[in-house]
Design a protein around this ligand. Structure first.
Ligand SMILES: *Cc1c(COP(=O)(O)O)cnc(C)c1O
Length: 393
């Protein structure tokens, strides 16, 4: 097994079976491990574990990094989405449009807020929200007398959704546009970094995301000062400056230790993002004639949370990789509208056939900033050796 050592593996609880995911942690640790240890020790020494000075410092650095006015950190990416929906007062017969092909947290946050998710199909090439499916879903919600309130566009696998088209539709139906950027922090669209592409942006610092900490964490970005203040109140039980309970809130804060870690990691994020891009380009070159490689919309850069290929022989490739000690993953095996917890919610009347089609064909290959060309070549030659004979038939 040349791709990973035990120390490089993180157990991914977002995967039901807790799959081991190689994310280049050992190599990253070699680069900034000492600085991270010092940053953690500094927190242990000052003892301000909750909302300590590193939290505010990280928030201003992250806002600066993506050009957003306000950054509010919280306990996870899922909480970030839920806090946004709370800040918008979404509940009851309100409907929120979400892609069917995403991680479960996107729809979960909607249901937890008391509102109704309406599932929208995605495009077969970018795997992000299909604007025309969104439009039909909005009419369907109106027909059912559900009050359309918001759309959560997901930047799947690291690529920003088509925000130009989606925001036009959102505007014409008076919907709040929320970006689920859990997988895309650091990516950009037409020179604008993720964080400023929607009214609200939610991201996650879960360890396997492109910008991860050493535990759970998340953040919200917004341009709206009043909403930023409201979100800061909501994340501490709805308490105001005088510690009076002025509204219902939650307990959702980023630990100071995690903020200290992220401040150090942010210094190497741009370099890591370009390594991921170089790795994706290398994969592209080796694979474009045997499988469908990822496709980006014009002006988009990806944070490459995943490098995900499409093939009708996906399962054969996955088995061959496993036999060669190469870890792969299937994100996502079942679209949300077909899962037990979400089956009862409305879907776009055009159907969700692309989401279903993709779930049969996606395969995510090893991807992180510290993969070597040799490792990538080992993956691609395994795939070529598996697919070649199949193609000949
Ligand atoms: C990981 C993820 C989330 C949830 O983030 P957590 O920090 O694990 O709560 C939400 N949406 C998408 C698309 C994700 O990939």
């Amino acid at each position: 097994m040349i791709l990973l050592s035990v120390r490089e593996v993180v157990v991914d609880s977002n995967e039901k079976r807790g799959a081991a995911v190689p994310i280049g942690l050992a190599a990253q640790r070699q680069r900034i491990g000492e600085r991270i240890d010092e940053a953690i020790t500094a927190v242990l020494n000052h003892g301000k574990f909750i909302l300590g000075p590193e939290v505010a410092e990280l928030e201003s650095q992250l806002a600066l990094f993506c050009g957003a006015k306000h950054c509010i950190t919280c306990a996870s990416g899922t909480d970030a989405l839920q806090l946004i929906l709370m800040a918008e007062g979404v509940s009851g017969r309100d409907s929120v449009f979400v892609p069917a092909f995403t991680f479960v947290a996107t729809a979960e946050a909607v249901v937890l807020s008391g509102a109704i998710p309406v599932f929208v199909d995605v495009l077969p090439n970018t795997m992000n929200v299909d604007p025309s499916s969104l439009e039909s879903a909005i009419w369907e919600a109106k027909r059912r007398e559900l009050n359309p309130r918001a759309v959560i566009a997901v930047d799947l696998f690291g690529q920003p959704a088509d925000y130009a088209s989606i925001s036009e539709i959102a505007k014409s139906h008076h919907l709040t546009l929320i970006a689920d950027a859990a997988q895309s922090f650091g990516a950009s669209l037409k020179g604008q970094r993720v964080g400023k592409l929607a009214t609200y942006t939610a991201t996650s610092f879960y360890p396997t995301k492109p910008f991860g900490c050493f535990g759970d964490g998340g953040a919200i970005f917004t341009e709206d000062e009043a909403k930023a203040k409201l979100l800061r109140c909501l994340r501490v039980h709805g308490l105001d400056d005088r510690l009076q309970s002025v509204r219902l809130g939650v307990n959702s804060r980023l630990d100071t230790i995690q903020a200290a870690i992220l401040i150090q990691k942010l210094t190497i994020l741009p370099r890591e993002l370009s390594s991921r891009q170089a790795n994706a380009t290398y994969y592209d070159e080796q694979l474009r004639d045997v499988v469908q490689i990822p496709s980006l919309i014009p002006g988009a850069s990806s944070a490459w949370a995943q490098y995900t290929i499409l093939s009708k022989d996906r399962d054969v490739i996955a088995h061959a990789c496993r036999d060669s000690g190469i870890p792969t993953a299937i994100h996502y095996r079942v679209p949300l509208h077909l899962q037990a917890a979400y089956r009862q919610y409305p879907t776009s009347p055009g159907g969700l056939s692309n989401s279903e089609w993709l779930s049969q064909r996606v395969l995510s290959l090893p991807m992180h900033a510290y993969l070597t060309q040799e490792s990538i070549q080992q993956v691609t030659s395994t795939i070529r050796a598996t697919i070649g004979p199949l193609k000949a038939n």
